[in-house]
Design a protein around this ligand. Structure first.
Ligand code: JF5
Length: 222
């Protein structure tokens, strides 16, 4: 899978793409992630990527031309995504859908926003990672990148892929415990030490439902 990232802060992507699961998947050739500096596509002598808002008001707006030029320089026909609080909320179903694409391009905005003609004219699909204010689309792009690439075959080992099925079934994961059997007076549920795998599976299923009802009733339809 190929993912192009368009940003004015390419440095933000360096360590997240080098470390851990993403780094390993890139090293193994499962993912081809390319980060591009939008500023390289500015044409004026100050390499300006932002300008004052028409109609007045505070802050700056990202100019459309450098973003269009950066997209047009990519080649191929990527599905274009603009990270934006105005977009469709990223959830596991959208992550699955995007993981089925051969080529994505993620556009990261900054300043007060991005000229509307990027969404309208490219066109780029707006995707949000949640209802809070951030100062740019770079961290949302990394969130999307990790949620999507975990679903690309081979990126996550078999062990972990079974674990995530729980969320895909619309539930939170069951509680987890490791040694010691008692920590600061808190005991591990006996059933987990019993070695009875059928009872353990049943306990985990019930515990997942219970935890979901308590913490995220919206997921159970209550
Ligand atoms: C941003 C201009 C984008 O991208 C986001 C976001 C997505 N979900 N929640 C927030 O905000 C960053 C800031 C300014 C474009």
């Amino acid at each position: 899978m190929r993912i192009d990232v368009l940003t004015i802060f390419p440095g933000i992507f360096e360590s997240p793409l080098r470390e851990s699961l993403l780094g390993k998947a890139i090293e193994r050739g499962l993912l081809d992630v390319r980060v591009h500096d939008i500023r390289d596509h500015a044409t004026d002598r100050h390499r300006q990527v932002d300008d004052e808002p028409f109609g007045g008001g505070p802050g700056m707006v990202m100019k459309p031309a450098p973003i269009f030029a950066a997209v047009e320089a990519l080649g191929g026909s990527p599905r274009l995504i603009l990270l934006s609080p105005a977009g469709r909320r990223l959830d596991q179903a959208l992550a699955r859908e995007l993981a089925g694409e051969p080529h994505l391009a993620l556009i990261c905005g900054r300043y007060e926003g991005v000229d509307e003609r990027v969404a309208e004219g490219l066109p780029a699909e707006e995707v949000s990672v949640g209802d809070y204010v951030l100062s740019g689309g770079e961290l949302p792009a990394l969130v999307l990148l990790e949620a999507v690439t975990r679903l690309v075959p081979g990126v996550v080992g078999r062990e972990e892929s079974l674990e995530r099925e729980s969320f895909e079934a619309g539930l939170l994961d069951h509680p987890h415990y490791t040694r010691p059997r008692e920590f600061r007076g808190m005991k591990v549920p006996d059933v987990l030490l019993s070695g009875d795998h059928a009872r353990i599976e049943e306990w985990r299923r019930r515990a997942a439902v219970e935890k979901t009802r308590r913490h995220r009733p919206d997921l159970t339809g209550e």
